[in-house]
Design a protein around this ligand. Sequence first.
Ligand code: ADP
Length: 441
Amino acid sequence: MAELRVPQLRVLILGLAPAVAVVALLAAGGLIGIGPALTIVAAIVAGGWWIATRPPAAQGTDETEHIAAAPGLPEHLLDQLPDPVILLNDAREIVAINRQARDVLGIGATGRDLALSLRHPAVLAAVETVSSGVPSITEEITLPVPVPRSFTLHVGGLPGTAGTDAPGMVLVLHDETRAKRAEQSRADFVANVSHKLRSPLSAVIGFIETLLGHARDDAEARERFLGVMHSEAQRMSRLVNDLLSLARVETNEHVPPRGIVYLEDVFNGVADSLQVRAAEKDISIVVSCDPDLPPVIGEADQIVQVFQNLVDNAIKYGRADTEIRIEANAVGRMPGSDAAGVAASVTDQGEGIAAEHLPRLTERFYRVDEGRSRRLGGTGLGLAIVKHIVNRHRGQIRVDSEEGVGTTVTVFLPARPETDENGEDESEITRFSTGGDVTKA
Ligand code: ADP
């Protein structure tokens, strides 16, 4: 009698369960008798048993034949699994991949050597180890592009399939990126909060103690100290808000956005919301967009945050009685890629930034002049948040600045492709209304 191995048994049970359930329902509903129902179930199980235990097909001689052996594999079942799964034959060629492997790893074709599709030394080494007879191996790996992602890789041998076109090895990659990022960002958050809140908190506690002690009846001191306590408390609140924003952005940085955002709407909304602050310095905000500007692929509230932070800096560091320009133009190619995009920039007429600071501006808490940033209400996190959002959007940032003249920060974002191959666009449409809400159309 043919031997049925555990993996085959699982596939057999999963594959036959729906058919058996339908027959059972028909029998329960009286549409067929118990006897015929049992016969049908027995036939289905026998057929399934035969399929699961039949001897493997002979080795094909050319690649077409070779790939043609794969349709017998349960790809529809593999597609239901939440993790990327790759099945290899004994020649280490891919015989089946599921949808997650295609989406997450970008692997398109079966029939090719794994090394041509997934050129990661640790993956290939694990496959080598299992080929040499080790039953299975589990290890953590990081795939670097386009945004680093962490996986637990499990490679297991499927014994008894040597010399056949049947799968001889299964690779499962469980995505740990989100958990790892959440863990890292929690650790950073705790470290930053405890470090950065310590001095404003001690200042506030010191003022309270003074007011409770010798300055108890000093009206002038009370007025002054309450003012300082108020601004320190506001600074702590801004810091906590920015740290929370940063933690949220970092945790999801590996998940590409799927929305569609119209930048002109975003710019008008941001200009409206910051108009009052700009007017306090007699600064005017001018929005100017290419009339044929394509929408960008993005998450609207994050894109809004990018331009809010950039315009906020332009107001903080711009000279009084000047102009801030927010502009966007279509570009045929994004820097470092062939993809079409949009270059969106915020230009101020301000003090500018010396060249030696430019490479470090997007580091968290990096400030050219800490005292000045603090006085202006800065946290040192605005550009770090911008950088992580732009990374998530697979975009780029460029800062051009001339001391005494002003600064232009340009953000490149991928434009929405015209249509997909079916002539349809699958992205969610999101619009930013000038009232400040993000709405879905
Ligand atoms: P902050 O909250 O201190 O403004 P950011 O991360 O937004 O933090 O910016 C980091 C530093 O970069 C600022 O402290 C400032 O020194 C400098 N900077 C940012 N934008 C500008 C600008 N438009 N003009 C001049 N300096 C700028």
